[in-house]
Write a new protein. Sequence first.
Length: 199
Amino acid sequence: LVLADIDTLATLPDRELSAGLAEVIKYGLIRDPVFLDWLEANLDALVARDPEALAYAIERSCRNKAEVVAADETEQGERALLNLGHTFGHAIETGLGYGEWLHGEAVAAGTMMAAELSRRLGWLAADEVERIAALFERAGLPVWGPALGAGRYLELMAHDKKVEAGRLRLVLLKSIGRAVIHADAAEADIAAAIAARCR
């Protein structure tokens, strides 16, 4: 049972609400393209804190998360897909110092890096990457990472919990609505994707 008091969202600063929307958008990207379509049509209502839109987005997000967790309670496979954007995002948080960016802001910029790498692997088209960026921007989220330098990102990502046997396991997008865990991306491609999404 999940209880969500939507009235409490009215007390959040706009920036905090936007940061929360990053995680909502994530569900559409990793496994629920119909929900992503709905988010595109209703994002302005969410930002305006429309109660019905918020209730639906929360219910759909909770259902998506519950289905993923129930299918993989010990985090052996599918549950890791919930980490879309997080490996890049954690590098942003650590590199800037915790508290400079909110978690959802770092996840949004990190998701854009994952989307760009997915494009470089031939899985997403350029217009799909821009579709994702447009949605994050409408939610008030950053779509460019801070210019820490690709080398610094890679150094920070090497300490991520998703590194196994020296290989970075990244959550990428085979298509919009279908995430995969990929451990074979070349370091040069990862660095290029980071550089392409930093300003």
